[in-house]
Design a protein around this ligand. Sequence first.
Ligand code: 6LW
Length: 503
Amino acid sequence: MSDQHQPSGTVPNPVVPGFHPDPSVCRVGDDYYLVCSSFEYFPGIPVFHSRDLVNWARIGNALDRPSQLRLPIDTPSSGGIYAPTLRHHDGRFWLIVTNVDDGGNMLFTATDPAGPWSDPVRLPGVPGIDPDLTWDEDGTCWCTVAGVSQVRIDPTTGETLGEQRRIWSGAPGAKAPEAPHLYRIGEYWYLMIAEGGTERGHAVSIARGDSPSGPFAPCPDNPVLTHRGIDSPIQNTGHADLVQAPDGSWWMVLLAVRPRGGTPGWSVLGRETFLAPVEWVDGWPVVGRVTPELPTPVWPLHPAPAVPARDDFDQADLHPQWISVRRRPEHLCTTKERSGWLTLRAAGASLDENDAVFVGRRQQHLACRARTLIDPAAGRGGLAVRLDEEHHYEIEAADGEVRVFAQIGALRSEVAARPVPVGTVVLGVEITPAPPRGARSGPDVLSFGIEEPDGTFTALAAVDGRYLSTEVAGGFTGRVIGMYAAAGTVHFDRFDYEPLRLP
Ligand code: 6LW
């Protein structure tokens, strides 16, 4: 998953690259499991497995049935599913999460984190985002949410037991105390939170007390992690969770971004999941800087099975990497209509609308390329790089013509057009670092084009990547690259995604 050759003795960070924010981790024996937010995309909550904390394989998506996840069609981009917490207790996995557009906090259980996960237990009595779940020695279950406030709950029914009360708010006057996680470690209960907002001011702070409900005394060295004002390619570090390895060492998973280009720096992949080692000094966690390479852990590595670079759509079921907006992929596309092809049927909606017919995968590398073979004979569709309805670039094929469009806010521009022979055509995008232009350098360039019959790539248009970044578009997500239908029925024979080596 690395963008660059790694010096020996190190492993690459982020450990889960691309739009995978708000990580929550738990360990059972030698196995680690990790979940992330998924917002307006279906299926929801990607679930990863690792045996070494470094190599993570996606084993499924926790919310893959409509009975578990409803994303009403007016769910805004960056709405929907926020900030899960994953825990293992009493022989079961517990997942608590907020759907900010349908029902608020809810809880799911599974015996196997790969699924199936249960239908939701709703928590109507617990307002607030970023729910955390923990159990004390008596078996009492505590739910703690952003703010930071806490209430005892019955996790089997979702009922609250008592009043929700404020327990800590981080530094006096801090922006957005959120992402609480409560742990019993040694003789104390530790309450770790994020504060400062999920932008450049993001930070992790911690407090401790004798009981899960406090009172909590803040760490004298708060924040225990921040990259505010630090010269690092990794910024906005925060929203963390702690885990202990079998050898007794402690680790933190956290979100951060990799902004590139000039001022202010553009993060095009969204918030990614990083790993950092944690030492304990005087009963407080000490976290170093988050670095693009980590020293190789002392235990054996277990490389994750690679996600196939190419999907030929030969399987009846779609690989769990494929996501779509607001509606499940199975609702928008099928491999059953034309064998070995993915068929998308437009419902009259374009990529600018909430009911866009788009199926894609996260962009996980700063430099990469994607190609797809499209048969647009009965419609119009193409290959798009999407941040949200108002920020996407695409190359579109209709019979006999290929066109490249850029949608930036309310402005739509056709940036290239070219006649092509009627029939199938291979559409492509190559994403590479932008040439330096001083303070105004962009993060990357997206070259859209077609593959000629001899396999060479002819670029038709090169578009500045800054407009598909969080700093321009706003919100909580990152780029997703995929196929769409804008009119009629469109068939795709294959989709390739390949990382490119950074120069
Ligand atoms: C999430 C909050 C945050 O609920 O962003 O960075 C919000 N942290 O904790 C959405 O991911």
